[in-house]
Design a protein around this ligand. Structure first.
Ligand SMILES: Nc1ncnc2c1ncn2[C@@H]1O[C@H](COP(=O)(O)OP(=O)(O)OP(=O)(O)O)[C@@H](O)[C@H]1O
Length: 251
């Protein structure tokens, strides 16, 4: 069943100076999707996310969010973003878990009127969702990588987003914590109906977790089910130059 596109990239290219990082990329993320974006180092995955988030403007093509072209899109509270370097705090970083999650409300339209109690309730709710409610007053820098990751998910969740975009969120997190992390994402997607887009290097793991994969190397090389991707995509061809072996699906 096709649902409404939440994110749509049409013929999108992006250049950093002379370097073409994304070329004629066409990709739609639909409501309810759990999409994993994969591709080799330097393939343009992070750039594609930044284009989706309006952090970069395409040199060519059109990006639409929730059916609106980016320049007209205003409802940023519908989107939660967890960046690649979100959890690299050292233990001297002074903020508590609660304070970090509260910053996720700053961008929310109309959040200035929320009183302290209401803010506290929203923060607690988000922490409960990620299972970190017992760590409210701890310093963020004192937590493990996996725990920090959860706090950053809570920060992205506190504004009640419909779409969450995560850039390599399990980098440097141990296997156990990764498993729990993917379970959490699954719950957010299936139970809370949040559309998820996640970038990862780890094709094996991610293919078992997501509903669809998009393989990007400057442009789109595959978009469809992970099972089929693993079957047909001789990885060396997906990652090298002989991309003709890889089917090109628009989901
Ligand atoms: N700010 C920048 N200025 C110039 N070139 C950049 C900049 N950011 C990224 N690039 C280049 O653009 C290309 C795409 O980078 P991007 O970070 O999007 O790739 P990626 O697929 O996310 O890589 P990785 O998996 O290694 O994080 C790379 O060649 C990178 O060196």
């Amino acid at each position: 069943m096709e649902t409404n596109p939440v994110v749509e990239l049409k013929g999108v290219s992006f250049q950093y100076g002379d370097h073409l990082a994304v070329q004629d990329l066409n990709l739609a993320v639909c409501e309810g999707d759990f999409l994993g974006i994969i591709g080799p180092n330097g393939a343009g995955k992070s750039t594609a996310l930044k284009l989706m988030l309006g952090l970069l403007r395409p040199t060519q093509g059109v990006v639409s969010l929730f059916g609106r072209p980016l320049p007209q899109f205003k409802e940023w509270n519908k989107i939660g973003y967890v960046s690649q370097k979100a959890s690299s705090f050292n233990s001297n970083f002074p903020a508590t878990v609660t304070e970090v999650v509260e910053t996720g409300l700053l961008g929310e339209k109309g959040s200035w009127w929320l009183n302290r109690k209401e803010k506290g309730r929203k923060v607690l709710q988000a922490l409960e969702l990620v299972g970190m409610q017992d760590f409210q007053n701890r310093k963020i820098g004192d937590l493990s990588g996996g725990q920090q990751q959860r706090v950053f998910i809570a920060r992205a969740l506190v504004g009640n987003p419909q779409l969450m975009i995560l850039d390599e969120p399990v980098e440097g997190v141990d296997a156990d914590a990764q498993g729990q992390f993917y379970d959490l994402l699954d719950k957010l997607n299936k139970i809370h109906g949040i559309t998820l887009v996640i970038v990862s290097h780890d094709i094996g793991t991610i293919s078992n977790k997501v509903g669809k994969v998009a393989c990007i190397n400057k442009t789109l090389h595959y978009h469809g089910s992970p099972e089929e991707f693993l079957e047909i995509a001789d990885l060396s061809s997906a990652y090298g130059h002989e991309v003709s072996l890889v089917h090109h699906h628009h989901g």
